[in-house]
Design a protein around this ligand. Structure first.
Ligand SMILES: [Zn+2]
Ligand SMILES: [Zn+2]
Length: 369
């Protein structure tokens, strides 16, 4: 069945052909509404955000699958491919300014000359089905999962900041790696051991990975390999030959090349442990800006991705018996106990060596007598 729709306005954009939608969303564009519909704009300024319905006039022949820029291929109705049986686009934009018939907006991924079919105010209660707070008890990762599904990387970075305490480039890279790997595997994490992340560094990067993948030290789904590389591999236990490894190429070089001011400040304040309070403050500010800039960049700008990676996984975490230290009286996982003259001690009381994960990575510590 065919329907008639009406063009009510036109997009004016600096993009006159399709480009990276993320890049297009960054810049402001203007929707000029046809004079006949002026009355329909009455009080549109009351809305901060609008939903724009437009006709994708330069779409290719429709396809029923993808193509997709990221992740697993999906059917056209399950993704945002422009090549659709009904080539209609909908995007939520920020209304920056209205000047008569001209609406200046940010966030519109439509090229110059795109016919606009309709404009509606964005209504969070209708357009964004937030899970009720009670649901968070049943689905503690509900919001994070939604963020991964919708590629809301900035939102996920904000969440990672909740455990990391500050925003920095490596946290952002960890979030990006996590999102990419989760989408590539087409998987979700329930915070059990069926999905495992292997991190090769315990820097800020690891916190971004933990937030997004839900694989943490606490749920035994995070493995630490002391390679000193800014890399992570995500793999499902039931298919351990199909891991996705994301490796940050060039590490510091990215920051040095693309964010030189932040890089210099980092050298002074962190690497040389020098720098005035003002410089420290400025670094925090620059570091945060770099993090939020990086998070919007395509992953392939900064990372290498390998798929089909085989991962050697340990067995699921055993439940150990408890032992008790005869000296301090505290309980210990039995295999961690030390026997001395037929008595059971904890490593601390026995002054025995132990493994420690710290800023240097993993090392064996020999306690001094
Ligand atoms: Zn950090
Ligand atoms: Zn003890």
């Amino acid at each position: 069945m065919k329907f008639n729709v009406t063009q009510i306005g036109t997009v004016h954009s600096e993009f006159d052909e399709p480009a990276d939608p993320d890049a297009m969303r960054e810049v402001a564009s203007t929707i000029v509404v046809d004079e006949a519909y002026e009355e329909a704009l009455y009080r549109i300024e009351d809305s901060d955000h609008l939903k724009i319905v437009f006709y994708i006039h330069e779409a290719d022949e429709p396809t029923l699958r993808g193509p997709r820029r990221y992740g697993v291929e999906r059917g056209t109705f399950a993704c945002r491919s422009p090549h659709r049986p009904s080539p209609i686009g909908t995007t939520t934009v920020e209304l920056l300014e209205r000047d008569g018939l001209a609406l200046q907006v940010r966030g519109l991924d439509a090229i110059d000359g795109t016919p606009v079919l309709d404009i509606k105010p964005y209504a969070p209660s209708l357009d964004r089905p937030e899970e009720a707070d009670d649901d968070r008890r049943d689905a503690p990762r509900g919001r994070i999962k939604r963020g991964i599904r919708n590629r809301e990387r900035e939102e996920l970075l904000l969440r990672a900041g909740e455990i990391h305490g500050h925003f920095c480039p490596y946290l952002a890279l960890g979030v990006m790696a996590g999102v990419h790997a989760m989408r590539e595997l087409g998987t979700e994490s329930e915070g059990m051991e069926d999905l495992v992340a292997v991190v090769e560094t315990n820097s800020c990067f690891a916190d971004g990975v933990q937030t997004v993948t839900g694989c943490t030290f606490g749920n035994n789904a995070l493995l630490y390999r002391d390679y000193g590389k800014t890399a992570m591999t995500l793999v499902s236990r039931d298919n351990s030959d199909n891991g996705v490894r994301v490796h940050v190429k060039e590490r510091e070089e990215i920051i040095e090349r693309d964010y030189p001011e932040a890089s210099e400040l980092f050298e002074t304040v962190i690497a040389d442990r020098d720098g005035t309070p003002a410089e420290r403050e400025r670094l925090t500010e620059r570091w945060q800006a770099v993090a939020f800039d990086l998070i919007g960049r395509p992953i392939f700008d900064v990372c290498d991705v390998q798929t089909g990676v085989s991962v050697d996984l340990p067995d699921e975490a055993p439940i150990y018996e408890d032992a008790q230290c005869v000296d301090c009286g505290e309980s210990i996982m039995a295999p961690k106990a030390v026997e001395r003259d037929g008595e059971t001690y904890c490593r601390d009381c026995a002054n025995a060596s132990y493994l420690q994960l710290d800023g240097r990575g993993l090392s064996r510590i020999e306690p001094s007598e």
